[in-house]
Design a protein around this ligand. Structure first.
Ligand code: AMP
Length: 426
């Protein structure tokens, strides 16, 4: 029985595979496919809300339909905070952990604000990496599917000509990496003069010194009466100078007073470098891995390890920044669809990527700093579900491990002989 039935006693028909059509509620839900209910355990990051409903934000009916079909029953804390403020056209600085519903917290108000009777680009969503841009545009399309909103994604590493052709058609929302959109805007192919909402996701990465001048130029092409909303898990000092200049009187949302990684149990195993593959093999046989992401510190090591894992007889893909974009997209897509159980990657993969079925993350190589650790480990335990992180630690990594524990105020314990499956199998 789904929650919709429980709440209002309505009828649902069809779908032996879990999906069914809702009837007789007398609400916007009639005729929609009931999403399959997610019954996994969730942590307070996503359940500790003020108890609002999406209906409380007076959203368009067509938008509520998309939200419902996506399976979102109630707004998460970051959504409760951010949606009404973005709808008020204010500048926003939002600090929220990965995996707590950050993306929909800005996509929902952006969709609400979009006027589909106009033919202009009204919302610009800036994203630092190509994979994340693709994922984000897919969510815009999904949630906005009943609204007639046209969303386009444009990133480096793809044909500029195709993008130019697509811009001949109506586009309301653009999801872009900075370099490509600046290119299109400077060539006067993308007209940003009606963009009144600029979203910057993973803002700390976007505002790294290499991107900052590009961003300033992009903002200069948008409507002078724009709002800027920055979303990030971390807000380093580099971001502060930018905010002073470009994001006046922002509304601050901070749902990350403590940077603990709730819901994710972290272990370390002391090993020597040459024992690492053997140790990984043991982990694979002992753990109930639904899907895992395994991090290495260099492109070379990613490829070598993927080869070794395959030789051990496990299904495995790899992805890194030196691969061609089309290959990266294919691997990402197939892993997400469950084609392989394991994915070996470099830090390319650390930001914002959302694959719900990943319940184990392994640091085959320990990361260089706490921020990278946080982003890597955040790949499991999405939307407050449980996850496991295992760090293979050599003699040289010991100090780094302690530093991460201190800086993040978290505990990484020695791996026990038997790991309770209740810690990471939902
Ligand atoms: P994010 O923090 O944007 O990466 O989102 C993490 C995951 O939470 C994604 O898989 C979303 O589909 C899911 N999610 C976001 N908002 C909600 C919600 N209100 N209810 C249930 N799941 C959600």
């Amino acid at each position: 029985m789904t929650s919709v039935q429980q709440q209002n006693g309505s009828q649902q028909n069809g779908g032996g595979n879990g999906s069914s059509v809702i009837e007789g509620t007398g609400t916007f839900r009639d005729g929609l496919l009931a999403p399959v209910k997610d019954t996994r355990y969730q942590t307070e990051d996503v359940t500790d809300t003020k108890g609002r409903d999406f209906e409380d934000f007076f959203l368009k009916r067509e938008l509520l339909m998309g939200i419902f079909e996506k399976g979102f029953e109630k707004p998460s804390p970051i959504q409760e905070e951010a949606i009404p403020i973005i709808l008020q056209d204010r500048n926003v600085l939002a600090r929220a952990k990965n995996g707590t519903g950050k993306t929909a917290a800005y996509i929902i108000p952006c969709l609400e604000k979009t006027d589909t009777s106009l033919k202009s680009i009204q919302v610009l969503i800036l994203i630092p990496t190509r994979e994340l841009a693709l994922q984000t545009s897919a969510i815009v399309k999904e949630i906005g599917k009943h609204m007639g909103v046209h969303c386009m994604v444009t990133t480096g590493g793809t044909s500029l000509k195709d993008d130019i052709m697509r811009l001949y058609n109506t586009v309301h929302i653009i999801v872009a990496t900075p370099g490509r959109i600046l290119d299109l805007a400077s060539k006067k192919v993308a007209d940003l003069s009606n963009v009144k909402t600029i979203i910057m996701d993973e803002a700390d990465k976007l505002l790294s010194p290499e991107f900052q001048p590009v961003l300033e130029q992009i903002i200069g092409q948008c409507n002078p009466e724009h709002q800027i909303c920055l979303f990030s898990a971390t807000f380093p000092v580099t971001v502060k100078g930018f905010c002073k200049k470009f994001v006046p009187s922002p509304y601050s949302i901070n749902l990350m007073d403590e940077l603990t990684l709730r819901g994710i149990t972290q272990f370390y195993a002391y090993v020597e470098e040459r024992q690492k593959v053997h140790c990984l093999n043991t982990l694979f046989t002992k753990l109930e891995v639904n899907q895992s992401i395994i991090f290495c510190n260099s492109v070379n090591r990613v490829e070598l390890l993927a080869k070794k894992i395959t030789e051990l007889g496990y299904s495995c893909y790899y992805i890194h920044a030196k691969m061609q974009q089309a290959n990266r997209n294919r691997v990402f897509h197939e892993f997400r669809n469950g084609a392989t159980r394991h994915l070996v990657t470099s830090d390319l993969f650390t930001r914002g990527i959302d694959i719900q079925s990943v319940n184990v993350v392994i640091n085959f190589d320990f990361p260089k700093n706490s921020e990278t650790y946080l982003h890597r480990i955040g790949r499991s335990g999405r939307f407050g579900h449980l996850g496991l992180a295992v760090n293979l630690i050599t003699q040289e990594d010991r100090a780094g491990l302690r530093r991460v524990e201190q800086e993040l105020g978290t505990e990484i314990r020695a791996i026990p002989p038997i790991i309770d499956r209740g810690l990471y199998v939902g």
